[in-house]
Design a protein around this ligand. Sequence first.
Ligand code: PLP
Length: 449
Amino acid sequence: MVEKVVTGPGPGALSSAGPAENAHNKDLIRRRAAHLGGSMLFFRDPVHIVRGKGVWLYDEDGRQYLDCYNNVASVGHCHPHVVEAITRQAGLLNTHTRYLHEGVVNYAERLAEKFPDKLDVCLFVCTGTEANELAMRIARTVSGKMGAVVMENAYHGNSVLMNELSTCLTGPDSRPVHVAAVEPPNTYRGPFGPHPQAGERYAVLVGEAIGRLNESGSGLAAFLCDTIFDSQGTLEAPPDYFAQVYRQVRSAGGLCIADEVQAGFARTGTMWGFEHYGVVPDIVTLGKPIGAGHPIGAVITSRENLAQFSQTEIYFNTFGGNPVSAAVGNAVLDVFEDEGLLAHVRDLSPYLRTGLEKLQQRHYRIGDVRGLGLFMGIELVKDRATKEPDRQAALVVAELMREQGVLIGVSGRHGNVIKVRPPLPFSREHVDFLLEKLDVALSAPGTQA
Ligand code: PLP
């Protein structure tokens, strides 16, 4: 049985756990099943990681795995500068944001500096879900409307509202009237393919969705979109897509929210994913990589939007932006700047992409290679002509990669896209190692056409 790789929400997510070989793991799985709710395990034979360093993870038997999956440990697992910062601040003080604190203000200033001028205020939260939830509250207050346009198969978090907007969790018939979903701009298998006017055509769908929200009486509060389309299998939108969409959203009185929980923080070769498309959102939401493993999320917006929100709403978060979180956030920014990670991603990503494209020439199963920076999707198909998705092959490849000491994920609407998204301090040697193991996995019986 190989159908046990779990990839997070979406069709690639299957419940585990599989047959653990090791007695301690077997026992842990049994105790987990008895007392731990709501969390699935990756892999048929789940990995028991006890230590991380840089781009490597180690299991309890000392076996090492090249981490090609985790964008949370953006600056590398257990970076000494981050570990030192969290330890120092935890030994000094941890409160909340209602006392003056130099570190918290520094962090807000440094983060805001990384954005276009009009996005100059930060609100701190603890997760990507909370960031999106707060962004929607701001958008609803500023617009005076309730509805949101999201992508089909989107994932934006786990609160009540984010559950409604996470269309990978709900079928079209079970969505509330304030949610309108559109086809993502998938130029490989979407309805308009790579047509020269694909950007405009996909954007028209957003206009139609706004029309549906108006008809339902909800109206448009926001367009909420993950700029790397992670749960859609990693997409590169046509260059004019976001500009066309943002124009329509704004003329309907809505706000444009860029969910940068996945794409943010240099992952795609620009600081923020939206920069690839020449647009400036009204609100940006951040999570995962900005805390390198510590739970930090943030909402960045304009002073005007915040002022309007604050006229009627109060926002407070006990843990969001606390001094320890701020120390971690600042330390992550230090590493990011000192190690030149943005330039590094730009430098390395063509090497990764070219390597994957070469694999595509050798393996008929690879229908498409796409992505930006160090966030790549490799779409597996049974037949290049029909593009029939090959989910089973993707699951087998992920298992075989794990057996060879490389951790990857599977994503997309059909669960057939291999997701490569390593910590940013990845090197050419790591890329070579990944490619070599992928070549072996794709050559194995069961993954070949
Ligand atoms: N937005 C996107 C695009 C995500 O991928 C996720 C999590 O996977 C979230 C939001 C939610 O973030 P969190 O799990 O930190 O609440």
